[in-house]
Design a protein around this ligand. Structure first.
Ligand code: FES
Ligand SMILES: [Fe+2]
Length: 454
């Protein structure tokens, strides 16, 4: 198990980021960008302008850390997943040497994608155009009819190009097309201990994201997704009502006491660097006894509880069990850990976004506990879920509304007068306040105006 940040093999990295070649003089000045994000309000162009979207791709998705995937998705040598760094296609692949790499999915001959299947296991990637063949570490191992290149052709210089920076935190793989980003651990900052809340909920401190993926595409901006504690009683009114009635499922047990009623010990928290959470730790602890009773009734439940108590002591074990792997945290710009899944937001255009949801299972618990986690996930997410289709619908309504430009400001001022900075530097507000939105836009503005230097 990997704990902490690990640097990838960078031997093949070029000093220059490929993204530098994509830069072009853009017409939006720094001052104009700064005008888009004002105290408590954001201009709708931030969500609707294709010019702004291009800058986001270049400066945020191609210029800073983005989440690519989890090592448990590629457990065996040769396992791979196709992913995107912004709009650039990459292969996350575990090589025969056991190292997980992030390689550009682009043949070094004339540029064809060398892998077309979304997920699989391969010893080699053979380009379909002229047959150049790479092993699963990205090394070019064979060129069709090599005599055509003479004897001095430097095959070793034609490996699949790795992302200039790849680092992992507890098996979560992040990459950056810019070599100039700060170390991942610095980027994650106060959000790292929230990722720990998911990982350490497994008795083996290992999670598995290989159960499959729910995918959805909505016609709305990527920044709409998540970390809003103001909407559940409206968008999810029917689900909240069901939670109140139903205590015989994990969701019922954790949510029976409504975390969004405005009176609970639930908070919004800006963790810095654009990361933010709906912090329900206190609330879950207050209602832990009920959840433990539910968990004890599941096959393997008592053993799971005992395992965490003996491993971590009562206080930490209670917290981990109560949170149940759900820190409800967003890692800017494209990752969230919400309820029982890890989520990737893929920006397609200013008004179109794909969301990939990977249920997270715990290693070291009974199949029944993991099955319960999956059933919980399905109850809210996915095409037949009771919750996420409503979120997608409201995001599309927002995008449609933002077309009206006479008064183009989006208000994110809620709770600004009552937010507090805690000793660790994080900013805390009421669960319904727009602390996360302000935190995300602060980071957005920083990256969009500074290019890739962050
Ligand atoms: S483009 Fe891949 S072998 Fe020619
Ligand atoms: Fe929602």
């Amino acid at each position: 198990m990997q704990h902490g940040c690990a640097h990838s093999d960078l031997k093949n990295s070029s000093a220059e980021s490929p993204v530098n070649f994509l830069r072009h003089t853009q017409p939006v000045s720094k001052e104009a960008l700064q005008d888009l994000v004002q105290t408590g309000r954001v201009h709708s162009a931030v969500y609707t302008s294709s010019e702004i979207f291009e800058l986001e791709i270049q400066r945020i998705f191609h210029g800073s850390w983005v989440y690519v995937g989890h090592a448990s998705e590629v457990p065996v040598a040769g396992d791979y997943r196709l992913r995107q760094l912004g709009r650039q296609p990459v292969i996350m692949v575990r090589g025969n040497d056991g190292v997980v790499r992030v390689l550009m999915n682009r043949c070094r001959h004339r540029g064809a994608a060398v892998c077309e299947v979304e997920a699989g296991r391969e010893k080699f990637f053979r380009c379909w155009y002229h047959g150049w063949t790479y092993d699963n570490t990205g090394k070019l191992v064979s060129v069709t009819d090599p005599a055509g290149y003479g004897e001095t052709f430097p095959t070793e210089d034609y490996s699949l190009t790795p992302a200039p920076r790849v680092e992992t935190y507890r098996d979560f793989v992040f990459a950056s097309l810019s070599p100039n980003v700060s170390p991942l651990e610095e980027h994650l900052g106060a959000a790292a201990p929230m990722i720990d809340l998911l990982v350490e909920a497994s008795p083996l401190r290992q999670i598995e994201l290989g159960a499959g993926v729910h995918k959805t595409v909505y016609n709305g901006n990527w920044k709409f997704v998540g970390m809003d504690g103001y909407h559940p009683h409206y968008v999810h009114a029917s689900v909240v009502a069901a939670w109140q009635r139903k205590s015989d499922s994990g969701v019922g047990a954790t949510h029976r006491a409504d975390p969004f009623d405005g009176k609970s010990q639930t908070f919004t928290r800006d963790l810095g660097n654009g990361h933010a959470m709906l912090d329900m730790r206190e609330h879950r602890l207050q209602h832990y006894a009920e959840y433990e009773k539910f968990l004890r009734g599941l096959p393997g439940g008592p053993g799971y509880i005992d395992a965490l108590y003996s491993r971590d002591g009562e206080a930490r074990a209670k917290l981990l069990l109560a949170v149940a792997g759900d820190p409800h945290v967003g890692i800017f710009p494209n990752m969230q850990i919400i309820n029982n899944h890890v989520r990737i937001m893929v920006p397609l255009s200013a008004g179109r976004t794909e969301v990939l949801m990977f249920p997270a299972l715990f290693k070291g618990v009974s199949p029944e506990i993991n099955a319960m986690r999956l059933r919980q996930h399905e109850s809210f997410y996915g095409p037949a879920g009771a919750g996420s289709p409503d979120d997608a619908e409201i995001f599309e309504r927002v995008q449609r509304g933002l077309i009206a430009e006479l008064d183009p400001w989006v208000d994110i001022s809620r709770g600004a007068h009552r937010e507090k900075v805690e000793a660790d530097g994080t900013i805390v507000g009421h669960i319904s306040d727009e602390v996360p939105q302000r935190g995300q836009m602060k980071r957005w503005l920083q990256l969009i105006t500074a290019g890739s230097e962050n």
